[in-house]
Design a protein around this ligand. Sequence first.
Ligand code: AHN
Ligand code: ZN
Length: 331
Amino acid sequence: MRKIFFYTLALCCAFSVFSCKKTKNSATNSLSGHTSVQVPDFSADSAYFYIAKQVSFGARVPNTAAHSQCAEYLVATLQSFGAEVVTQRVQLQAFDGTALNAANIIASFQPAKVHRILLCAHWDSRPFADQDPDRANFNTPVLGANDGASGVGVLLEVARLLATDTLTAGVDIIFFDAEDYGAPDNVQVANSAQTWCLGSQYWSKNPHKTDYTAQYGILLDMVGAPDAVFFREYYSDYYAPNIVNKVWQKAEELGFSQYFSNQQGGSVLDDHLPVNQNIGIPTINIIHYNPNSLSKGFDKYWHTVKDDMKNIDKKTLKAVGTTLVNIIYNE
Ligand code: AHN
Ligand code: ZN
C-alpha cells in the first residue's frame, strides 16, 4: 500500500514538472468564426490527483480534523497558483442544532477586473451515508470522492491553468462549505430545504466583497463518476438559459454529447440556487442527476460509503474540464 502511494506520489511529481510544458489546443471562436483563441489543455490526471488528495484527509465533515486539514490544503494550493484567497469563516447552525465551524474559500484571479466569471463547488462531505443500502452505515460519514471532491478537483486544475494562462475576464473560484449537512429523510424538521447549502446561503447574503457580482456562474457537483450524464437542470434553465445553451453546445462541439444531454433534467436544490436567488448572479449547475432513473436520480453511490476513488473516472473529468476551459477561455 505504502509502495503504491509513493509510486503515485512520484508519478504526480513527475507529472507536475512536465505539465509546465503543456501543449495548447488552438480553438476557434464560434461567434466570429475566425478568431483563434489559445485554450490550455485540461489535465484529467492532475484533476484526479487533486481529488485523491482531498479524499486522503478522510471525510471533510465540519468540526473534524480532516475538514481543517483539507481547508488548509485548498488555501495553500490556490495561493500557489497566484490567486488572492479569502477564507470566510462563519459558524452556521445545522438542522440538529450543531454549530458548524464553516469556511467558504474564495480565490480571485485578476481581482481588479470588472468582467468576472464565478466557478464554484462544495468542498465539505456528508456526515452520514444515509442512502447506503446497509442501514449499519447510516451514521458513517461519506468520503465524497464524487460528491464534493470531484467539483473541487476540476476547479483546482482550472486554477492551475489560470496561474500561467490568463484570460480576458477575471475569475473567482468559490469552494462552499456545509452544503451537505442537510437533514436526512427520516428526520422531521421545519423547512428541510433550508438545511442544505448553508455555506452558499451565507455567502450569497454576505459576499466577500461589497457589491460583488459576476457575469454568470457555473457550479460543478458530482462531475467524476464513470457513468455520469449531465442533463439540463431545471433552476439552471430557469435563471440562466443562455449559459446552459452555451455550455451544452460547447460540449457537443467538443464531442462530449455522451456526457452532456440536451434533454431537461429535474430540479436540484444546490448551491446555485442561493447564488441565483440572493445575489442575482445567473448560475448553472453541471450535476450528475437523472430524473428518470429508478433510484433517487443521483449517482448510484451518492451518500453511500462507496463514494470513494473507485467512483472517479478520468474520462468524465476530462469531458467536464475541457468543456469548462473552452467556455472560459473564449470569454
Ligand atoms: C438534496 O438532496 C436536497 N440536494 C442535493 C444536493 C446535493 C447533495 N449535492 C450534493 N449532495
Ligand atoms: Zn451530497
